[in-house]
Design a protein around this ligand. Structure first.
Ligand code: HEM
Length: 461
């Protein structure tokens, strides 16, 4: 009898919860991503993300269902530039969701990316400006050129055997990044890389970060070497940070946290640009002529004043959409009206900046790599284009590395072109080499990962 009552009680609670979730909750009037999505994130959002399809599927659903889609009991996805501008405004009351961003904290010391308290975040950002502001980034030019030289040498050696697949250069795995940095420095690869690469076929960033003991050891060694004035490079991120009101421990956490957002993004973009250039020989030749005429500059002002190079890189950043993640924010206490719906305080809302980069009106044929779209004179259509170009997001947490990324990409594209003529890979030899590359199929987690190969052949000039 008691058991029967218990069973009925459980059923009553479940039914009451279902009635609340589907009919009475303030989110009930928002269309659902899937029939079971409002019950638990495990029913729709988590499995879709696990497969790397969340940011690929949601824009299709938004097209059918409108600017707001419920993806979990308390989670809403939005796709509207107007809403994006409100949520990511400079003094926005929508803060980063600590449940998500805390996953990126290293050693219990939150860094810029994972700090969720707005005041603490604003203060850290001011301090970090000493390295990342537009006026400071050019100081990194020599260091970047030196590293790019070694990277170009590596490409030359690798391509002696034939076509090379650029995906390992860009494949998203935190481990790959560390491996690339470390093998460039020491000429050897760390064991952690193989382990991470094996694990990172699913949800790469999580699996990689959790297997980070070896990484921590490696980072500590790098830190000790950097702080040792005899062994240290003349310009060092860690030293500058540690000498500017940021504790040594926080400086190390900043450096570690930055490896993901700061390297996978630019390496994926570079790989996509080189691939696209291999398929558009006419554009590549024109770009080389411009760079030759400008004397292969390495100065940032000269690089960004070379219109074809600027168009090449800007379109590469748009087309690659390397930072694919949804950026979860919390609706402030008291609730907020967005897209005509009153969302209660505490709701998690998110959107991916790369959706706006693929807007069909702002960027006709968004899947095509078309640098010329950045060379049109300013008019009404370019205003829309410029408004939708938000690869680095907007507001208080807009990417602090954007000038760094531009300089790195300007230098990497131009220095690789200086040494090599980029031809399509052998498997693409039948393709017309005068076409606009189409975005290769991919999966998207925190970063975008091409499913197939991006091959090119390099011929020394
Ligand atoms: C094509 C290259 C890049 C793209 C598309 C990109 C994109 C983004 C986006 C969309 C955000 C916002 C994330 C959020 O709100 O959660 C972000 C933040 C960030 N990015 Fe980048 N990024 C790039 C390169 C870089 C580089 C080169 C660095 C460092 C050297 C970097 C470091 C950071 C950091 C530290 C943040 C956190 C900023 C904050 O919360 O104040 N990124 N990036």
């Amino acid at each position: 009898m008691v058991l029967l009552i218990l069973v009925w009680l459980v059923i009553a609670v479940v039914v009451a919860r279902l009635i609340y979730t589907y009919f009475l909750s303030p989110l009930a009037s928002i269309p659902n991503a899937g029939i079971l999505a409002p019950i638990s994130r495990l029913h729709w959002e988590f499995p879709t993300e696990f497969q790397g399809k969340l940011t690929l599927e949601l824009p299709k659903l938004h097209k059918k269902l409108g600017p707001l889609v419920r993806i979990g009991p308390n989670q809403v996805s939005f796709y509207s530039l107007e809403v994006y501008k409100t949520v990511h405004a400079p003094n926005s009351p929508f803060v980063k969701d600590p449940r998500v961003y805390s996953q990126f904290v290293q050693d219990g010391h939150p860094a810029l990316f994972s700090i969720t308290d707005p005041k603490e975040h604003a203060q850290r950002r001011r301090h970090m400006g000493i390295l990342f502001n537009r006026s400071k980034v050019p100081a990194l030019t020599d260091m970047m050129v030196e590293t790019i030289d070694r990277f170009s040498e590596y490409l030359g050696t690798a391509s002696q055997k034939g076509s090379i697949n650029l995906v390992p250069t860009s494949k998203f795995a935190f481990g790959n990044t560390i491996g690339a940095i470390d093998s460039l420095n020491a000429g050897k690869e760390l064991g952690i890389i193989q382990k991470n690469d094996a694990k990172s076929s699913k949800m790469p960033v999580l699996s990689s970060i959790t297997s980070s003991q070896q990484f921590d050891r490696w980072a500590d060694e790098q830190f000790a070497a950097t702080m040792d004035s005899e062994k240290a490079p003349s310009l060092s991120f860690l030293k500058v940070m540690a000498n500017h009101r940021i504790s040594e421990q926080s400086a190390l956490s900043e450096a570690k946290e930055m490896l993901g957002p700061g390297t996978d993004t630019t390496s994926a973009t570079l790989a996509h640009i080189l691939y696209a250039l291999s398929l558009n020989q006419a554009f590549q030749n024109e770009l080389v002529s411009d760079l030759e005429a400008a004397g292969w500059p390495t100065d940032m002002t000269a690089l960004e004043s070379t219109p074809r190079l600027k168009a090449c890189v800007k379109e590469g950043i748009r087309w690659t959409g390397a930072a694919a993640a949804m950026l979860p924010r919390i609706v402030p206490k008291g609730g907020y009206v967005l897209a005509g719906k009153n969302l209660p305080g505490g709701t998690m809302i998110s959107s991916s900046p790369i959706w706006y980069l693929r807007d069909e009106v702002a960027f006709p044929d968004p899947e095509r790599y078309r640098p010329t779209r950045w060379r049109q004179d300013t008019d009404e259509s370019t205003a829309l284009r410029d408004d939708y170009y938000i690869p680095f997001s907007k507001g208080a947490s807009t990417c602090i590395g954007n000038h760094f990324a531009y300089l790195e990409l300007f230098l990497a594209v131009s220095q690789v072109l200086r040494r090599y003529h980029i031809r399509p890979g052998d498997d693409l030899a039948d393709l017309d080499v005068a076409h606009e590359a189409i975005l290769p199929p991919r999966r998207e987690w925190v970063a975008a990962v091409p499913i197939g190969r991006l091959t090119v052949r390099l011929e020394r000039r």
